[in-house]
Design a protein around this ligand. Structure first.
Ligand code: PLP
Length: 391
């Protein structure tokens, strides 16, 4: 039964150590902006999670936490029930500091400085930084626009996979920022090419639970036993249930040797124990908060429709690309004709802070990534401010 959820009422996040709300002065040089940047939601998390926190706070002792059988079963239950994906318990691995930490560990285990890592562009900047800061080289495989939809360029992919010292393909599914959710057929073709070139796939699926109506998510390792062995999938409760401040990540590593090596690194850094509240939240969320996620998806989808209608009527110079998954709208602002002034115009004149497209690839300096996981009134006020200033 659908419980009644209210995502319209704004919660005051200023003064709550919120990176998105309290960090705008440092990031954009301005405090008084509507922040539609950082990838978290402006919604309180599911009431069941808050109740579970309260019960644990009443207990009072906040010592070290272990991952229980309930935790492991909750993860497997979620994959099975939400995505029809059966994952053996022994394939699970965990990284309490988060997905990006785990990606860095895996890059170190699977490649050497100077090796090449293939990435579709545009892509999430922290993933790209993980590659370059570790002394590896990004081989770009730019997405191509076909009839208004971003697609994989398989000819180019084959070319970059064949380059010497190519060890890894690091992808986001769905792609952050464009919101493209890779289909079974696309993943199958990409997977075949990687198998042929002996390239391991790291699939960052952190946004993959946020699938918009009409689309379907396929976890890459579910395609075949071969792909399961030559890939690692990374996911988290972080985006799905708005728990970014609690820092957990779940990995599916079918290859036993790689999994053991990964776990050895985690043991070395003493990161094998979970954050207490992260663990409580994960168990509660995966066991009983699917309804809450359904509510979020429906609300965000209505935000998307409201935004697209607003753009059609009041800002026809903008192009918003189809949002298949995530809660981001990927918007081309080049029609405003602001050129290099675009970012300052949006922040200083309009008072709206998006994640600038250049962070995902220098080619996208006229694009912005807008976070739609906020009350609808706030979202529309932000775009109204822009419409008011272009007249
Ligand atoms: C694609 C992607 N991966 C990873 C992260 C961050 O994950 P974590 O906080 O677990 O390191 C984000 C956050 O925005 C993201 O968009």
């Amino acid at each position: 039964m659908m419980k009644c959820l209210d995502f319209d009422t704004a919660v005051e996040r200023r003064g709550s150590q919120s990176f998105k709300w309290d960090g705008t002065l440092e990031e954009f040089g301005k405090e008084d902006v509507i922040p539609l940047w950082v990838a978290d939601m402006d919604f309180p998390c599911a009431p069941e999670i808050l109740d579970a926190f309260s019960a644990r706070i009443d207990h009072g002792v906040m010592g070290y936490t272990m991952r229980t059988q309930r935790y492991l079963s909750a993860v497997r239950h979620w994959f099975r029930q939400r995505h029809g994906w059966e994952v053996p318990q022994q394939a699970l691995a965990f990284a309490p500091p988060g997905v990006i930490f785990a990606v860095n560990v895996l890059i170190d285990l699977l490649s050497q400085p100077g090796d090449r890592i293939v990435m579709q562009t545009p892509n999430y900047d922290a993933l790209m930084n993980s590659v370059t800061a570790g002394g590896r080289i990004i081989s770009e495989n730019p997405l191509k626009l076909v009839n208004g939809r971003y697609e994989l360029d398989f000819d180019d992919l084959e070319r970059v996979l064949a380059m010497p010292r190519t060890k890894i393909l690091l992808m986001s599914n769905p792609n952050n920022p464009t919101g493209r959710l890779w289909t079974w057929a696309e993943l199958e073709r990409l997977g075949e090419l990687c198998l042929r070139h002996h390239v391991t796939i790291l699939s960052d699926d952190i946004h993959a639970d946020l699938v918009m109506p009409g689309y379907h998510y396929t976890p890459l390792p579910s395609l075949s036993p071969q792909l399961a062995r030559s890939s690692v999938l990374l996911t988290s409760t972080n985006k799905t249930f708005n728990l970014g401040g609690l820092q957990l990540a779940t990995l599916v590593i079918h290859d036993e040797t790689l999994r053991n090596r990964f776990n050895q690194v985690m043991a070395r850094y003493q990161t094998r124990l979970d954050n207490l509240f992260g663990a409580i939240a994960l168990e509660t969320a995966y066991e009983s908060c699917g309804y809450w996620l359904d509510g979020v998806i429906s609300y965000v989808d209505q935000n998307r429709q409201a935004l697209e209608a607003f753009i059609r009527t009041h800002l026809p110079q903008l192009t918003a690309y189809p949002m298949e998954a995530t809660y981001f709208s990927w918007i081309d602002f080049s029609g405003l004709g602001r050129g290099e002034e675009l970012e300052r115009f949006l922040v200083d004149t309009c008072g709206v802070a998006f994640t600038p497209g250049r962070e995902f690839s220098p080619e996208y300096s006229q694009f912005m990534r807008a976070n739609l996981a906020c009350p609808r009134a706030l979202l529309l006020t932000a775009f109204q401010r822009i419409a008011d200033h272009i007249l």
